[in-house]
Ligand binder design. Structure first.
Ligand SMILES: C[C@@](CO)(OP(=O)(O)O)[C@H](O)COP(=O)(O)OP(=O)(O)OC[C@H]1O[C@@H](n2ccc(N)nc2=O)[C@H](O)[C@@H]1O
Ligand SMILES: Nc1ncnc2c1ncn2[C@@H]1O[C@H](COP(=O)(O)OP(=O)(O)O)[C@@H](O)[C@H]1O
Length: 284
């Protein structure tokens, strides 16, 4: 038997860090939503008690470092499943990009194996398992739009934002999330995005309200260490995106655009500077 799952990318419409915690993680307040750029996973039961990962992408680990492998191992161990699984990852989401590609693969693996093996695990329990794999995994289990607190695992579902175009551009650099949080001086931040104002813009369906409240405190680190990300933001702004922000710890920059007529101009303009550009919609 086989099951299939889609693993969409996320963007952070706002990302605030409240403080550094004693456990080394940071207390965050983020508003996250999914976009329709997705990896696809195929999972097939194997009679032998083993986990095998394959992918068309040559640039991700296929062993126990792969987050899908870790998710499969976690669910097998916790629910004492003595069967194996072959997981094929059709990667479409750029890696180490601030789009949670690996986290979304892990979440899709948890959802898929729950179905494949008929385990009957609740969504809440899948989120709890997911939190053991990474801070963004619980959100990727539920999807939709949510405010995430704690280290990212405490979720409150909110309405989806009004539909718009999302243009993603990833410069050819790899940014480590741990490195960005490590360089952040949370207590010295001068400006914080208003999570409350973003929530209210989303709940009233105000696109201009969303645009004026886009904010991400991790830009203070990534833009300083990688000036090409700042340059990409400026180019996207000049090309006419309504609002532009870095997603997560970067380096992907996203532009929100309400009018379809503007999209191809921005896409073509960006392609002159950056090979990896995607035009997608929010998942509603
Ligand atoms: C920044 C965000 C925003 O959505 O996304 P990405 O840029 O990775 O996509 C997340 O907070 C990333 O979540 P995730 O990528 O799951 O992080 P984890 O694997 O749990 O942690 C990686 C490292 O980041 C740091 N970390 C992570 C989350 C957090 N709230 N505080 C932290 O300080 C820790 O040093 C940790 O060792
Ligand atoms: N299934 C996977 N897909 C992508 N990256 C993975 C996967 N499993 C492990 N990784 C590793 O996780 C790291 C972060 O990848 P990713 O989740 O794409 O980053 P981000 O959260 O910044 O979007 C990379 O170093 C990558 O090698």
């Amino acid at each position: 038997m086989k099951v299939y799952e889609k693993a969409p990318a996320k963007i952070n419409l706002s990302l605030d860090v409240l403080r550094k915690r004693e456990d080394g993680f940071h207390e965050v307040e983020m508003i996250m939503t999914m976009v329709d750029l997705a990896d696809r996973l195929e999972m097939e039961e194997l009679p032998r008690d083993t986990i095998i990962i394959s992918s068309q992408a040559g640039y991700i680990p296929l062993d126990e470092k792969n987050l899908a492998f870790q998710a499969a191992k976690l669910i097998k161990d916790r629910y004492d499943v003595r069967k194996g699984v072959y997981i094929h990852l059709d990667k479409k989401i750029p890696v180490a990009a601030g789009l949670a590609g690996g986290s979304s693969d892990a979440a899709a693996t948890l959802r898929g194996l729950n179905r494949l093996w008929g385990l009957g695990i609740s969504e809440d329990e899948l989120c709890t398992l997911g939190a053991e794999l990474g801070s963004d995994v619980p959100f990727c289990v539920t999807g939709g739009t949510a405010i995430a607190r704690g280290r990212g695992e405490k979720l409150e579902r909110i309405n989806n934002p009004p539909q718009c175009w999302v243009i993603l551009a990833k410069p050819p650099i790899n940014v480590s999330t741990a490195d960005v949080y490590g360089k952040l001086r949370a207590s010295e931040l001068k400006q914080h995005p208003s999570t409350a104002a973003m929530l209210s813009a989303i709940s009233s369906g105000s696109f201009p309200g969303i645009i004026s409240n886009l904010g991400n405190v991790l830009e203070t680190v990534t833009l300083q260490y990688y000036p090409e990300v700042l340059q990409l933001k400026q180019i996207m702004q000049r090309l006419g995106a309504d609002g532009v922000l870095m997603s997560g710890s970067g380096p992907t920059v996203f532009g929100l655009v309400s009018k379809e007529a503007k999209v191809s101009r921005i896409y073509n303009g960006l392609r002159g500077f950056c090979k990896e550009v995607y035009v997608v919609r929010m998942l509603t």
